[in-house]
Design a protein around this ligand. Structure first.
Ligand code: SDX
Length: 434
């Protein structure tokens, strides 16, 4: 902590307030307003645009420079040289694993991929046409009913076991969700396959024949997981932290994160991007949709564009844009019509003053959907894939909070409702519906 101070004077308050200012290793300093309430005022920041909710050492984002670091390592280098489980280890332990640590971690994950067989029955309660995210919210939350042997959050070993179980079982549950909505039998995980390969096997394999996963698709899938692993205090991660601050078990907290991610302004955007590109349908209609996105009276927004923090490019979108090229080329789909529309839409938007003035650039969701579609993932499963990749980020932030001193999160408000008034008996009430 530093001895920097912020001095605050407020009309109507006699005292001048001195508030501590803290500096991190990177990024903006913060003003500690924790004691402001004793002066009878709150801070006010709907959407938390200028509010730091915690201190964290996991991920750093510089929105102006398009920088994303996981434990100090740039996302571009991790996307090129690393793989998802190694990034999971890095996020969990703070350092890249050596060969022995890597082998041990991957063995633990590989040997926890099966779910309690009773979970199969749990799925049967859903309609087959349920949205996969509705199923995932329910099934992940229900894991606390199956794995209550390690939910003492004050016990580090329990937290590590829950972390391993969630990273290991999310692909299995995601693939089961897909199979269930297709009316196909569940595929059991295989311990001889890598993480992304195993997921694609459980998604697209069937008991009637041998299924070989394409290494090209497995690599693309792994990179999608890696690029979605963590992103600082985004809406779903903040939801997990707030749920965790009450002492709720990790499965309930991750289920809350899945629910928050589902919204089209957040993780649901990847599904919305594909729907939007399909709705545009032809390059000749792009101008029409760009005009609608700029029209204040039209609720339509260009899905996959804009970001609360990135006011320059989203480094993940840059990696995914290149990956989309590679994957589609390797699959002989370089002339994919949706990719053509996406490229043209991006070009038009980035040359339009409305988007330039508002610093609206493609975000992680703009290109991910195109790759997922090329891999064969159905649109309704896109946000499930995002949740699968982001599970490690949610867990690591939850664990970072629980491992340090924390209090229950309890924001206040600016009250604009009625002043106190007395109860009115029925016979004294107005007969007109006000
Ligand atoms: C993710 O937080 C994270 O880190 C999230 C994430 C992660 O990894 O966890 O990065 C993942 O959620 C990425 C974002 C995916 N969402 C979308 O692609 C949906 C489309 N984008 C928007 O809904 C919006 O840009 C947000 C929600 C992403 C950001 O919203 P903000 O920061 O609250 O910005 P805003 O709504 O205040 O918009 C500022 C201006 C407004 O115009 P004015 O009122 O100033 O005239 O920009 C306009 C908005 O109307 N605007 C858009 C737009 N996004 C913002 N106009 C058209 N199309 C858009 N996409």
């Amino acid at each position: 902590m530093t001895d920097r101070k912020a001095t605050l004077t407020i009309d109507g308050l006699d005292e001048t307030l001195e508030l501590p200012v803290y500096e991190g290793t990177l990024g903006p300093a913060v003003v500690d307003v924790g004691n402001l309430v004793s002066s009878g005022v709150f801070t006010y920041d709907p959407g938390f645009t200028s509010t730091a909710s915690c201190e964290s050492a996991i991920t750093y984002i510089d929105g102006g420079k398009g920088v994303l670091l996981h434990r100090g390592y740039p996302i571009e280098q991790l996307a090129e040289h690393s793989h998802y489980l190694e990034v999971c280890y890095l996020l969990l332990h703070g350092e890249l694993p050596n060969a022995e640590q890597s082998e041990n971690f991957e063995s633990i994950i590989r040997n926890h991929t099966m779910v309690n067989d009773q979970v199969n029955t749990f799925f049967r309660g859903f309609r087959r046409d349920a949205h996969p995210m509705a199923i995932m919210c329910g099934v992940v939350g229900a894991l606390s009913a199956f794995y209550h042997d390690a939910t003492d959050i004050s016990d580090l070993e329990h937290r590590v076991i829950s972390a391993h179980r969630l990273v290991a079982k999310m692909p299995t549950l995601a693939a089961m969700t897909y199979k269930y909505t297709k009316g196909q039998p569940f595929m059991y995980p295989r311990n001889d396959l890598d993480y992304a390969e195993n997921f694609l096997y459980m998604m697209f394999g069937n008991p009637c024949e041998e299924y070989k996963v394409s290494p090209v698709l497995a690599r693309a899938m792994d990179r999608i997981f890696l690029l979605h692993a963590d992103h600082e205090q985004n809406a779903s991660t903040s939801t997990v932290r707030l749920a965790g601050s009450t002492g709720a078990n990790p499965f309930a907290c991750i289920s809350a994160g899945i629910a928050a991610l589902w919204g089209p302004s957040h993780g649901g955007a990847n599904e919305a991007v594909l729907s939007m590109l399909s709705r545009i349908g032809d390059e000749s209609r792009i101008e029409e949709f760009v005009a609608r996105a700029k029209d204040k009276d039209d609720p339509f927004r260009l899905m996959g564009f804009g970001h609360r923090v990135y006011k320059n490019f989203d480094p993940r979108a840059t990696v995914l844009k290149e990956a989309a090229d590679e994957v589609l080329q390797e699959l002989g789909m370089e002339n994919d019509p949706l990719l053509r529309i996406a490229r043209r839409l991006e070009k038009i938007a980035l040359e339009d003053s409305y988007f330039i003035e508002r610093k609206l650039y493609p975000n992680v969701d703009f290109y991910s959907g195109i790759i997922l579609k090329a891999i064969g993932i159905p649109t309704s499963m896109f946000t499930v894939i995002f949740a699968l990749g982001r599970t490690i980020g949610w867990i690591v932030h939850w664990n970072e909070m629980i491992s340090n001193s924390y209090r229950i999160g309890r924001p206040r408000q600016l009250y604009i409702g009625h002043k106190q008034r007395d109860y009115v008996k029925m016979e004294d009430r107005s007969t007109t519906n006000a």
